[in-house]
Design a protein. Structure first.
Length: 130
């Protein structure tokens, strides 16, 4: 699991176009410590939280029974943006647009265009659709 997490950290940094030398300013962790963490480190939770913040990401525990659904949602989101569909309650038209990487409703249920800040709502919606 640790190797997977370290790979995800490295991958996310590269997706953002960042180099290892960019990370101290973004995380508050010195360059040598960050380099060791990315290679094979064993960071504590506080350090992981700083790294996640620096990578514009969020740490989250995902129950194993929900992991496949979360991965499906995330695989549908390109690196920098994703496509959302909005169904107007007053029309049968569906409009699509490219938005920020914030998940709106990921096609699971119309939310009236509101952001879904709680990813657990998305998981619960997916469970209800099955």
């Amino acid at each position: 699991m640790r190797t997977t997490l370290l790979e995800q950290i490295r991958k996310r940094r590269k997706e953002l176009g960042l180099k290892g030398i960019d990370m101290p300013a973004r995380t508050g962790i010195n360059r040598q410590q960050y380099g060791l963490i990315e290679k094979a480190g064993n960071p504590n939770l506080e350090t992981l939280d700083k790294i996640a913040e620096g990578l514009e990401a969020e740490l989250m525990l995902i129950p194993k029974e929900c992991l496949a659904q979360v991965k499906d949602v995330l695989q549908g989101i390109p690196n920098a943006s994703f496509r959302t569909s909005t169904i107007s309650p007053h029309s049968s038209q569906i409009s699509s647009k490219v938005g920020s990487p914030t998940v709106r409703h990921a096609g699971l249920q119309d939310t009236g265009g509101e952001d879904v800040d709680d990813p657990w709502k998305i998981i619960e919606q997916a469970k209800g659709d099955n």
